[in-house]
Design a protein around this ligand. Sequence first.
Ligand code: NAD
Length: 334
Amino acid sequence: MPWQLPRDAAVPRVFFGDFDPTHPFHSPVASSPLDPPSFATSLRSSGIGIVSARLLNGEAIAKDIRKDIAAEIRGRALRGHQPPRLAVILVGDNPASKLYVRLKRRDCERVGMTCDVRELPETITEAELAGMVIELNRNAKVDGILIQLPLPRHISANNVVQLMDPKKDVDGVSPSSIGLLALREPGYRCCTPKGVMTLLASTGESLLGKDACVIGASNHVGRPMGLELLQVGCTVTTAHKYSRDARAHASRADILVSATGIAGLVTKDWVKPGAIVVDVGIEQQRDGRIRGDVEFEEVAKVASWITPVPGGVGPMTRVSVLENVMDSVINRDA
Ligand code: NAD
């Protein structure tokens, strides 16, 4: 039996069932605790030409969520609880992975969580890594485990991720977590799609019945992203590298989420006027700059809302990890 959160558990950030018209994602008016106008920073004021889109400012939204989490942790400390503890496994010297882990540790420190990073050499065997995961599963002081991907080629990420105790899979990437999402059962939600849903909720737009297109179909981004959008009542199309005409699908979408890692793939003619455009992609340029999938300046002229890169989805992915750790703690105490 896969582990499941009890249906009546006090886990406000996990939602279940079919389309709930009272859920903030479905409300035509912003009923999210996040106040959308404060994120609707005018791009005009940032000096980016004539635009119509409002900015989905992931940095600002994540900061507000961190504030709430920090307050929750301080309150728990007053009641005698230890700080929540996240264990992060980092294998090898991949510079991007090292950077992501540094940022995750910083986020934990900002809210008062303990972040225990286990740095392991590239040469570690799958069996040794499996042993560490099992040890962390058994360690009652650890509330959440995150295995920083990708792993070296000689290790099967699937094999290792499957060993994680589903109650501690705060990245939401295990077969159990993805399966629960597919079945619309409560569980830890995969962090990047979860972060995107929080961004979409912050617009205050109703998502029910909207046409959504996800470009990219990976296990931890594109696929769960499609499931999340389906969950809130969107009609979802997933385009990928074998799609005959990804642009045609994208240009019909009210909500377009691009997650390919191909810088500049999504130009103005891929976007329906007034669409909400979320750019998950990250591609590091030779000069060190980060670019997303979306040609920001031209797409901002036709979209209604748009995420910047950096500062859009990245901070939301990381804050979703913190939310999931809190859910783990609250669920354990329930
Ligand atoms: P991936 O390589 O596993 O998947 C890429 C997907 O894009 C595949 O499904 C592929 O079919 C599709 N694709 C490739 N070329 C395409 C094309 N021309 N047209 C349509 N689809 C195409 O990558 P991933 O792990 O899913 O990550 C995607 C991007 O998102 C990367 O840039 C990654 O760095 C970034 N990412 C960002 C965050 C964040 O927090 N911002 C989190 C995870 C991933």
